[in-house]
Write a protein that binds this ligand. Structure first.
Ligand SMILES: [Zn+2]
Length: 141
């Protein structure tokens, strides 16, 4: 059986991997002074008990990237979670998603123009979702 464990990026050199420094789940290095990401390593053993016999660990094969790993354009402001995934998982509407896009990127891209675009999409959202609520700005004109 192939067993996968996770080790600090610093410990993936051959001979430096040992059970005491491994995690069963991905995450970050438990050493607070380190904090580097854990990377997967694999070993082939007969059963889980064989892990104590110090099997040979090697870096896990690299998985082909999924569509969510990629970002078409705008890689200079890649986020921990992609905008498309965030909006889809939260079942946001088109206007909600567009507003969030501009809110998130204004500091890195078009400044106040992006803020104004976000506000515009929120105004559209308000008009479509709450048509009975009077907009004081519109009433004044
Ligand atoms: Zn570390």
């Amino acid at each position: 059986m192939i067993v996968t464990r996770y080790v600090c990026t610093l410990l993936t050199l051959p001979g430096r991997i040992s059970l005491g420094t491994m995690s069963t789940k991905p995450g970050v290095c438990p050493d607070p002074a380190c904090g580097r990401p854990l990377v997967p390593v694999v070993a082939e053993v007969e059963n889980e008990e064989d892990l104590t016999s110090n099997p040979v660990w090697s870096p896990a094969p690299v998985q082909p990237p999924t569509a969510l790993d990629r970002q078409v354009g705008g890689s200079h402001y890649k986020m921990p979670i992609q905008h498309a995934e965030f909006c889809q998982r939260n079942r946001l509407s088109w206007c909600e998603s567009a507003a969030i896009k501009y809110i998130v990127r204004h500091g890195r891209k078009n400044g106040v123009e992006d803020i104004n675009k976000a506000i515009h999409y929120l105004e559209i959202l308000k008009e479509l979702e709450y048509p009975d609520v009077k907009n004081p700005d519109v009433v004044k004109k």
